[in-house]
Design a protein around this ligand. Structure first.
Ligand code: GLC
Length: 560
């Protein structure tokens, strides 16, 4: 298991990464074109969002054929070339397995609708109650989670869009079909998998109304989830050395995540959880405007880092992905302190205990989309919620402001490779508009002295060089400080103090307090002891360090 600890994974949102054939959409051949760039960054492995045949109602998370590549992304040969070219450069490829549901265009679902009993049992069909659906559960994309089959009294369950029908993991034949899919792709040479919303696959025996919530308590980390994951591992990736697997866990708990990721449990290598990314939800509601709650962010980070370590779990470290607004716009300052805050966020997460994920564009500070009109959005969730908020009576201007802060399209705008009209991404109109910003792109970042990209490179190298980063223990420090996120990593050979100012106000850090609080002495540290920093020096007088806007540094002391 130690082998995954110094790795860094890069997420490619294929549709927005690189368009090789001039149709305005990113594709697999485009990724191959950029392998040298990724190698230069220093990552170990690429996670590709789904590339399988799909009607694209949810950009590929609605799979209609697990064995074929969607023509808009290219061909099987393109994928084989990518895998081979990546391998030459020492890069692994992870595919995204969407096994909680299929598209309603999948052959299995079509056969189910046509009355084939075998395939009907691949899904979750239930009778309605009079004029009501089987339960009052709410879909993650809005509205009731059951869709009526026209002309019948039956409904099928869809925890996401109505075109994403939930699979019935109780059915052994279905499970075997899914294991075959995984084995097929292992045969193609992929080195790992991300399993989409995988903690939702085990549904309860009885389907009942949720009188206190939206239904999630019945199916999240469901009754047989650990059994299913163990069976999945035994029958597929568990038979091969060195596979990296990560499960996306929705609304989960530390206790379950320990079980998902502790190697002794034989389930997955690591887990994504999202609790730290709900700190700007008002009363748990994403579709609201709220300043992020920094103290809550610290508390959650601390609980998860310490809780997972205590029980031998392993977590994915991230602020960004294709479902999240850009962290530099959300927790940083993408205008006046763009570089400083982008680097601070990078340091704050990369030096934690776990496996860092870099989401495309993050490495040069890509910000939110800043769309002005609803016509610019493409995401099914954003469009559904636009309609829902509208029918709830919310003012149009406010809805657009909420979308500007919360829409998933913020993370999905095409890569800004350079400053040209098509930004080096495409030669035509892109499928989703570029972010409405200027002066931010990979080319100009990399050529600057102050490059964010180079900061990421450095962080990746540090993880490989220092066992205290890949393997050290973790503890939070300065918990009451409302500007600084500080933590300590320790290992026999040395210890690291990581300090991050999340605000543009200047503040200070007292190393004597760190000594009193943690028993670790960093008082003799100078700028020479900083493994990384986003400022050219360290302003220190005695035990006091002045911490400038978004300043971030990591002080290392060798133990001898
Ligand atoms: C995951 C994916 C998201 C998708 C959803 C349904 O959360 O990351 O993009 O919409 O699952 O598959």
């Amino acid at each position: 298991m130690k082998s995954i600890r110094d790795k860094v994974i890069y997420q490619v949102y294929v549709k927005s990464f690189m368009d090789s054939n001039g149709d305005g959409k990113g594709d697999i051949a485009g990724i191959t074109m950029k392998l040298d760039y990724l190698k230069r960054l220093g990552v170990d492995c690429l996670w590709l969002t789904p590339v399988f045949v799909s009607p694209m109602n949810d950009n590929g998370y609605d799979v209609a054929d697990y064995y074929r590549i969607d023509p808009s992304f290219g061909t099987m040969e393109d994928l084989e070339i990518l895998i081979a070219e990546a391998k030459k450069r020492g890069l692994g490829i992870m595919l995204d397995m969407v096994f909680n549901h299929t598209s309603t265009e999948h052959e299995w679902f079509r056969k189910a609708l046509a009355g084939d009993r075998k395939y009907k049992d691949y899904y979750i069909f239930r009778k309605g109650r009079e004029a009501l659906p089987p339960t009052n559960w709410i879909s993650k994309f809005g509205g009731n989670a059951w869709e009526m089959v026209p002309g019948t009294d039956e409904y099928y369950l869809h925890l996401f869009d109505r075109t994403q029908a939930d699979l019935n993991w109780e059915n052994e034949e279905l499970r075997k079909e899914l294991f075959d899919v995984v084995n097929y792709w292992i045969g193609k040479g992929v080195t790992g998998f991300r399993f989409d919303v995988v903690n939702l696959i085990s549904k309860p025996e009885v389907f009942e109304d949720d009188s206190t919530g939206d239904g999630r308590r019945f199916y999240t980390d469901g009754p047989k989830i650990h059994e299913h994951l163990k069976e999945l591992m035994r029958n597929t990736f568990g038979k091969h050395e060195g596979m990296i697997t990560v499960g996306e866990m929705s609304s989960t708990s530390i206790e379950n995540c320990v079980r998902y990721s502790n190697p002794l449990e034989e389930e997955l290598s690591m887990v994504f959880n999202f609790h730290h990314l709900k700190v700007d939800y008002e009363a748990g509601d994403k579709w609201t405007l709220k300043e992020f709650d920094f103290m809550e962010l610290k508390r959650i980070m601390g609980d998860w880092q310490e809780g997972m370590e205590k029980e031998g779990g392993w977590m994915a470290l991230f602020y960004n992905n294709h479902d999240q607004p850009r962290a530099v716009s959300r927790f940083g300052n993408d205008k006046r302190y763009h570089r400083e805050s982008a680097k601070m966020l990078a340091t704050s997460i990369h030096l934690m205990r776990g496996t860092p994920y870099i989401y495309q564009g993050e490495e040069f500070g890509m910000p939110n989309a800043y769309f002005q009109d609803i016509s610019e959005y493409r995401d099914v969730e954003s469009i559904n919620y636009y309609d829902i908020l509208k029918s709830n009576g919310m003012d149009e201007a406010l809805i657009l402001e909420v979308l500007r802060a919360k829409s998933r399209d913020n993370g999905r705008t095409p890569m800004l490779w350079d400053g040209s009209e098509g930004h080096g991404f495409t030669t035509v109109e892109p499928w989703l508009p570029f972010a409405r910003v200027s002066g931010i792109d990979a080319e100009s970042d990399i050529s600057s002295d102050d490059s964010i990209f180079n900061h990421y490179r450095k962080l990746i190298n540090l993880r490989k060089e220092y066992a205290v980063i890949s393997d050290g223990s973790f503890r939070m420090a300065c918990m009451d400080d409302n500007r600084l996120l500080c933590y300590l990593r320790c290992k026999d050979e040395g210890k690291l103090l990581v300090v991050n100012n999340f605000y543009e106000e200047e503040t200070s850090l007292d190393l004597n307090e760190i000594l009193v609080e943690t028993g670790n002495d960093f008082s003799s540290c100078t700028f020479q002891d900083a493994l990384i920093s986003n400022y050219p020096d360290l302003i220190k007088s005695g035990d006091m360090i002045k911490v400038r806007p978004y300043e971030s540094f990591a002080l290392y002391v060798e133990d001898n």
